[in-house]
Structure formats: C-alpha cells, structure tokens
Write a protein that binds this ligand. Structure first.
Ligand SMILES: CC(C)(COP(=O)(O)OP(=O)(O)OC[C@H]1O[C@@H](n2cnc3c(N)ncnc32)[C@H](O)[C@@H]1OP(=O)(O)O)[C@@H](O)C(=O)NCCC(=O)NCCS
Length: 169
C-alpha cells in the first residue's frame, strides 16, 4: 500500500469511498462537484494501483488545518492504511508549517493513537465559522473535536452573517 496526492480522475472513486460512509453520518457528505473543486486537498491510498482509501487536509492558514473525509474501503480496513493516510496528511501539514491540525470525528480512539487529543469546539472558531455555523446539528453536535499541536490563538474567518445562521434548521 502507498499514498499519493490525488488528481482529478480520482474524484469519482473518492466520491464512492466518502459516500459509503456519509449515509449514516460517519463522514460529511461531499458532492462530486465539491470533490473535484477540492481534489488537491486529497491524498489517496493505493493497493496494486486500486484506490482503497482517501483523506483530505483543508488548510485554513499556518495556525490551523483540518483532516477531513478520511476513509478506507471496509475490505481493506485493519491493515494500517488508515494510519498511513493520517501520517501522509500530517506530513503535508508539516510541509506547510501548520502549527495545529484539527478534526471532528466519532472515532476518537483511532486518532488518539496518532497523537490527537480531545479539544473544545470553541477552541476552533475558524472551523465553526466555516462549517458548524451552517450545520443542522449545531446545537446537538455528536462529533468529538480533536487537535494535534498548539491550539490556535488567532482566527481568520469572519463570523457568519445573520442569513447564514438562519439556514440552520
Ligand atoms: C477509521 C478508519 C479510517 C481506520 O482505517 P484502518 O485502515 O482500518 O486503520 P488502521 O489499520 O491503520 O488502524 C490503525 C490503528 O487504529 C486502530 N483502529 C482502526 N480503526 C479504529 C476505530 N474505528 N476505533 C479505534 N481504533 C481503531 C487499529 O486497531 C490500529 O491500531 P494498532 O496499530 O494498535 O493495531 C477506517 O476504519 C474507516 O474508514 N472507517 C470509516 C470512516 C471513518 O470512521 N473515518 C474516520 C472518522 S472521521
């Protein structure tokens, strides 16, 4: 198994992998168009040239990046592929001199093994202003916020305008 940066023709397979776990809320649903637009955030995991996993690193700034959409095909789970993906994304964050990596998950034990610790959502205002503010589960979020590195002292995204907050149902 090896990881590599994703390219546009991988978007279809990434969509399949993410969709398999978005129905039950394990992963956030990502449309095919959104995946094409953000394909440069992705790393894929290959086994004999077949893509069996993927994960993304969203950059906010040198103060913060977020691991998202990380998954391994169920047939290939438990072989170290998930760990390989997280390590590749951590290396990418390091290459960009990112001080803190965050993620939101329902599988905190998996990430705890890789040096992530539980944080408060309020410690990550950029994440709140980007995604949480329009999430229907804003007031009853069941994901655990985790970080690796220094909790950011700055945030760069503006707070959402009133009309965006009203989109929450
Ligand atoms: C979580 C996931 C990516 C792990 O991938 P994987 O290839 O099975 O993981 P690995 O084989 O690299 O496991 C690495 C270590 O984490 C442990 N681990 C794997 N999945 C775990 C889980 N769900 N909970 C706790 N620990 C887990 C393994 O036992 C292993 O520990 P070890 O090195 O002591 O044996 C995979 O189970 C998956 O795709 N799950 C569905 C999507 C998901 O939950 N994504 C993460 C949430 S955002």
């Amino acid at each position: 198994m090896r990881t590599r940066e994703a390219i546009l023709p991988d978007a279809e397979r990434i969509h399949e992998l993410v969709s398999a776990y978005s129905g039950d809320g394990t992963l956030l649903p990502r449309s095919f168009a959104e995946l094409c637009e953000n394909v440069r955030d992705f790393v894929v995991l290959e086994d004999h040239r077949e893509i069996i996993g993927c994960g993304a690193l969203h950059l906010y700034g040198t103060h913060l990046a977020e691991i998202r959409s990380i998954t391994v095909d169920p047939v290939h789970q438990g072989r170290g592929g998930g760990e390989q993906l997280v390590k590749a994304l951590m290396a990418e964050a390091e290459r960009h001199h990112v001080a803190c990596i965050c993620l939101f998950t329902r599988r905190p034990e998996f990430f705890a093994q890789m040096g992530f610790s539980v944080a408060q959502r309020e410690d990550l205002p950029d994440k709140i202003n980007k995604d949480c503010c329009v999430c229907p589960r804003f007031d009853h979020c069941d994901e655990v916020a985790m970080v690796r590195g220094e909790i950011p002292k700055v945030s760069i995204l503006p707070e959402p305008t009133t009309w965006l907050v009203k989109l929450r149902v």
